[in-house]
Write a protein that binds this ligand. Structure first.
Ligand code: X2X
Length: 334
């Protein structure tokens, strides 16, 4: 009886001291991003780090490694590196995680989301939860959403206003298979490469075009890489996800888990609002540089929608019919 009591007291003391040690522990974690703090994406990660530092009184440091440097520039390996514990955390794009998480290809389905409200209807509703569950099942804890933005297409040859205009154009796309199907369906000649390789390839003329959000086009000065024609077709939007390796997450106290999550939610909201608010100025800046900007009439837009239907047929079973249905329903009811 006595021994049992001592054991209980000892266990309680041990729990208290380890609890206290956990609460006091100073820790640093690596955070991977593709784009640096010159871009909204990198700013989202910086904001997260800033809030975590502040709210933990300097006890937790998030050290940001931009330019996919933790995966030697190969951005489509970021998710695997997080899962295996090589990277602790990331603010990552759904495009770059899609080779490992088929469900996040949802966001790459061409012309699924017509506007910001449609993006929010997915991320803030049932479909967003299904996507988060799919990510968690594969070893990464998703905490919050951010946004890279609606992706517009640019090229060095001509103004694009109908699918036939893309015929034969060599377009750089991210190394995610769905993009090959979209651009092949449009008659283009897609070529996969990392962002690190994209700008040099555009500059030398090895490729003719690319697709990225306006903020990326602007900050990267794609106009100087021969990208004189820009079509605002809003064909997809890649949300950013703040994620933590399951291996790291399981070592954190519930309080620190909560702190990281709340800071990620706040940083994500801040970044989404800021990116959306800056868009008009960004477009004005691009226009001033002499870039020819093409906007599509509803009929022209519809021609692109129809030309890419085969992508839905092939990819809906891979993404999951239930998830695509949930997303489409959320969009219809937005
Ligand atoms: O590589 C791209 O195009 C970028 C920077 O937008 C992503 O990482 C998805």
């Amino acid at each position: 009886m006595k021994i049992k009591k001592w054991l209980a007291v000892g266990a309680a003391c041990f729990a208290l001291t380890t609890g206290a040690a956990l609460a006091q522990e100073t820790r640093e974690f690596s955070v991977s991003t593709v784009l640096s703090e010159a871009f909204p994406w990198g700013q989202a990660a910086e904001k997260w780090a800033e809030l975590v530092k502040e709210r933990s009184d300097g006890r937790i440091t998030l050290k940001i490694y931009p330019n996919s440097q933790l995966v030697s520039g190969d951005q489509t390996r970021e998710f695997s590196a997080m899962r295996s514990g090589l990277i602790d955390m990331a603010v990552g794009s759904t495009i770059n995680w899609s080779p490992q998480v088929p469900e996040v290809n949802l966001f790459s389905l061409p012309f699924l989301m017509p506007d910001n409200a449609a993006v929010d209807a997915i991320t803030q509703g049932e479909a967003g939860k299904m996507v988060f569950d799919a990510i968690e099942k594969r070893g990464v804890i998703p905490l919050a959403w951010g946004e890279n933005g609606f992706r517009e297409i640019s090229n060095s040859h001509k103004a694009l206003s109908k699918p036939e205009d893309l015929k034969g154009l060599k377009i750089r796309v991210v190394g995610s298979p769905l993009f090959l199907d979209t651009f092949n369906a449009l008659g283009a000649n897609p070529t996969q490469m990392s962002w690190t390789d994209a700008l040099p390839a555009l500059t030398t003329g090895a490729v003719d075009g690319q697709e990225n959000p306006l903020a990326v086009y602007d900050v990267a000065r794609a106009d100087r890489a021969n990208q004189k024609y820009l079509t605002l077709w809003h064909y997809m939007n890649d949300p950013l996800i703040f994620g933590v390796s399951q291996r790291v997450w399981s070592t954190l106290s519930p309080e620190d888990q909560q702190l990281l999550k709340e800071a990620a939610v706040d940083a994500g909201k801040w970044e989404i609002e800021k990116s959306r608010a800056d868009l008009n100025d960004t477009l004005a800046r691009i226009r001033e540089r002499g870039v020819e900007i093409t906007e599509l009439t509803p009929e022209q837009h519809q021609a692109f929608v129809e030309a890419t239907q085969s992508v839905y047929e092939k990819w809906t079973p891979r993404i999951g019919q239930d998830l695509v249905d949930a997303a489409q329903k959320a969009i219809a009811n937005r």
